[in-house]
Ligand binder design. Structure first.
Ligand code: FES
Length: 322
């Protein structure tokens, strides 16, 4: 379920690499689209009944409305769903339904330096963030990891960011490679630096391993898919969800999510990914002890928010602001 659905027209499709195309989406009547922040994503409803979430890959323009949304979509070789539908069935001029932009991957306003690490198509939200930081004159470095120059999407946009961009190309010699341990290792981080990571699971795991000594409040993550579950992860236990504003208690069975239990009672909670990735179902929690299982909230946010689609409770009762 989505909070708001917009109809957009596909204005332009550009092949950026053999695998990646950009799709530029505009209002069908030429009106401004809702504003967004760098790092935001939209849900895109596709032919065939698929819904996929894509980050917005260009910095928002200042002001209240946007002329266009730009998404970068990699055609996954094994795809029979979302990316294949966009690449094969969507053409310029088509109308698509999209959700209004949401941001669970914002820039940290207090950072003195922003270190943005992009793996593959994980570049998309970080490119928008880098463009916004460049426009603001803020200090940042965007490190982009790609297999080769031919497979590097948004190359012109990266070139426009100049010296703030550092490229790692797998097929090049050492001078054109970046060492994650050198970037993130014991001599890092400089005071006030915030780290932002987006990319495939292996890239995220390697970067987090190299950054394991960083203060977790200074690491911000955006996953494409839930990381593999750690062996021995806690089992699902039943708990009671107390709705503070309604003054009612809702039992959540071991084999159900909090969202399931609320929907069974007719209580409307917006959801989208149902995997802890998108942040649509995030609400404030006010009592008890949550067992966070999302992949979208920072350590700081988890102190007062939780994702209802996946998180559970360590305490018998968990109170939320609903
Ligand atoms: S619905 Fe996406 S995080 Fe819960």
């Amino acid at each position: 379920m989505l909070d708001r659905i917009l109809t957009v027209r596909v204005d332009r499709i550009t092949r950026l690499t053999p695998e990646v195309s950009s799709f530029e989406l505009v209002h069908p009547a030429g009106r401004p689209l809702p504003a967004y922040e760098a790092g935001a994503h939209i849900d895109v409803h596709l032919p065939g009944g698929f819904m996929r979430t894509y980050s917005l890959a260009s910095a928002p323009r200042p002001g209240s409305g946007q002329a266009r949304y730009v998404i970068g979509v990699k055609r996954e070789p094994a795809s029979r769903g979302g990316s294949a539908a966009l690449h094969e069935r969507v053409r310029a001029g088509d109308l698509l339904a999209v959700g209004s932009p949401r941001n669970t991957f914002p820039l940290h306003a207090g950072a003195r330096h922003h270190l943005l690490l992009a793996g593959g198509i994980g570049l998309t939200p970080l490119l928008a963030m880098a463009q916004q930081l460049a426009a603001e004159g803020a200090a940042f470095t965007l490190c982009v990891f790609a297999r080769s120059r031919a497979l590097l999407p948004f190359a012109d946009d990266l070139a426009a960011l100049g010296q703030a961009v550092r490229l790692h190309l797998d097929d090049r010699a050492a001078p054109e490679k970046l060492d994650l341990r050198a970037l993130l290792g014991p001599s890092a981080p400089a005071p006030g630096t915030h780290l932002y990571l987006c990319g495939p699971a292996g890239f995220m795991q390697a970067a987090l391993e190299a950054a394991r000594h960083w203060d977790e409040d200074r690491i911000h993550l955006e996953y494409f898919a839930p990381p593999a579950q750690a062996a021995g992860e806690a089992e699902d236990r039943p708990f009671v969800l107390k709705l503070a504003r309604r003054g009612i208690e809702v039992p959540v069975a071991a084999d159900a999510s909090a969202v399931d239990a609320l929907h069974d009672l007719g209580i409307d909670v917006p959801t989208s990914c149902a995997q802890g990735l998108c942040g649509t179902c995030v609400v404030p929690w006010t009592g008890g002890e949550p067992e966070h299982r999302d992949h979208c909230l920072s350590a700081t946010e988890r102190r007062h928010k939780l994702a209802l689609c996946c998180s559970r409770a360590k305490s018998a009762v968990l109170e939320v602001d609903l």
